[in-house]
Design a protein around this ligand. Structure first.
Ligand code: PMP
Ligand code: GLN
Length: 380
């Protein structure tokens, strides 16, 4: 029978992590920290389970967590979302993205995505019967050409999906992007899905331009984040969506029949952690900036050329001095022959640019892991 997602195979992250395991390679591919979640958070999770928080939570999330998210959002972005009507906890940003897309995209609707983009966007759009319209970012700086976005808009455009800080490049929106985005959406019915999972991993004093800071944007936006990135626990799969009441109501229709609710004990643990240790997310940028700077310095001793990293925990490298293989073949070769896993960029594109020679390395790793990888990369 004809499959629903003919273009989709196994995700590049699963493929490369499997290859890493088979070859005993240093895994700088799939984005996850190889260090522990904060002790307080782990203790709070164990305690929540011991205290009996082991049954379904309210579908929107437990009240203490929604309160904590509201307070944190106000502190960070000057806007306090309504605890009851505007915040929904979901099982990771992935679920929240799926729910938001399914809540608003009808068959035949167009959804603009900016390539390269995170690999779960297009399948969600297609399963909803929508059409992903791919607009390329600048192939070197990964900046948005807002004129190209404007040209991609048609009467069928229902949703625009953005991501800052950006996976895979680390590029971040500046004030000028927000101005252009606001002007573009003004007087249209186009909704915004703003994927902000790396919101606290920002460097060099830059400010994360959350859509929540801007009334004109947030009144039409699903703003999505994930505790996996902020609290070094990607396997716990807890995220959330902030959207105005009418959009949240639609979002919740999908969420309640998708997962109904998210792992209850972790919700209590995050509620405690957010309130008790705001330093954790406040200092996350500095924590990762040290890793970024050290890793980039080390890369100078290899023939890989690091691109700038304004935010996030990925380092793009230009490998054209080392190899003329396409990126998928290069990453496979790097894993099997040199024992370091990287992620090719082509799976993040509708149509990958010809001749791009870039690979993504994750630096959310202990120094020993990064040192070992660098030792191997120096032999290229
Ligand atoms: N969006 C982006 C840009 C991501 O990088 C990720 C995780 N890699 C997600 C969404 C999904 O987050 P989660 O693991 O919380 O589902
Ligand atoms: N978001 C992670 C990354 O970009 C991968 C998550 C996953 O494996 N689906 O590496």
């Amino acid at each position: 029978p004809e499959t629903k997602l003919p273009k989709v195979g196994t995700t590049i992250f699963s493929v490369m992590s499997q290859l890493a395991a088979e070859h005993g390679a240093v895994n700088l591919g799939q984005g996850f920290p190889d260090f522990d979640a904060p002790a307080r958070l782990v203790d709070a999770l164990a305690r929540a389970m011991r205290e009996g928080h082991n049954q379904y939570s309210p579908a929107h999330g437990v009240a203490p967590l929604r309160e904590a998210i509201a307070a944190k959002t106000e502190r960070c972005y000057g806007y306090r979302p309504d605890v009851d009507a505007e915040i929904t906890v979901a099982s990771g940003a992935s679920e929240a993205i799926f729910d938001a897309v399914h809540a608003v995209v009808r068959p035949g609707d167009e959804v603009i995505v900016l390539d390269p983009c995170y690999d779960c966007y297009e399948p969600a759009i297609e399963l909803a019967g929508g059409i992903a319209v791919h607009v390329p970012l600048d192939p070197r700086t990964f900046a948005v050409d807002w004129e190209l976005v404007r040209k991609a808009i048609t009467p069928k455009t229902r949703l625009l999906m953005t991501n800052t800080p950006h996976n895979p490049s680390g590029a971040m929106f500046g004030a000028e992007d927000i101005a252009a985005l606001t002007a573009l959406l003004r007087d249209t019915d186009i909704l915004l899905l703003s994927d902000e999972v790396y919101e606290h991993i920002v460097f060099d004093g830059a400010r994360h331009e959350s859509a929540l800071r801007y009334p004109e944007l947030r009144e039409r936006a699903f703003v999505i984040s994930s505790f996996g990135k902020t609290y070094h626990c990607t396997g716990w799969k807890v995220g959330y969506c902030i959207a105005p009441p009418a959009l949240s109501a639609e979002f919740r229709k999908v969420h309640q029949y998708n997962t109904f609710c998210t792992f209850t004990p972790a919700q209590f643990a995050f509620a405690e952690m957010i309130e008790a240790e705001p330093e954790h997310y406040e200092q996350l940028g500095a924590f990762y900036q040290d890793k970024r700077d050290r890793f980039r310095e080390q890369l100078l001793s290899t023939r890989l050329k690091p691109l700038p990293v304004p935010g996030g925990y990925f380092q793009l490298v230009d490998y054209s001095e080392v190899s003329d293989l396409d990126d998928a073949a290069f990453c496979r070769w790097l894993t099997t022959e040199h024992g370091v896993v990287a992620i090719p960029l082509s799976p993040f594109y509708g149509r990958p640019p010809e001749g791009q020679r870039l690979a993504r390395l994750c630096f959310a790793k202990n120094e020993t892991t990064l040192d070992k990888a660098i030792g191997r990369l120096q032999k290229l």
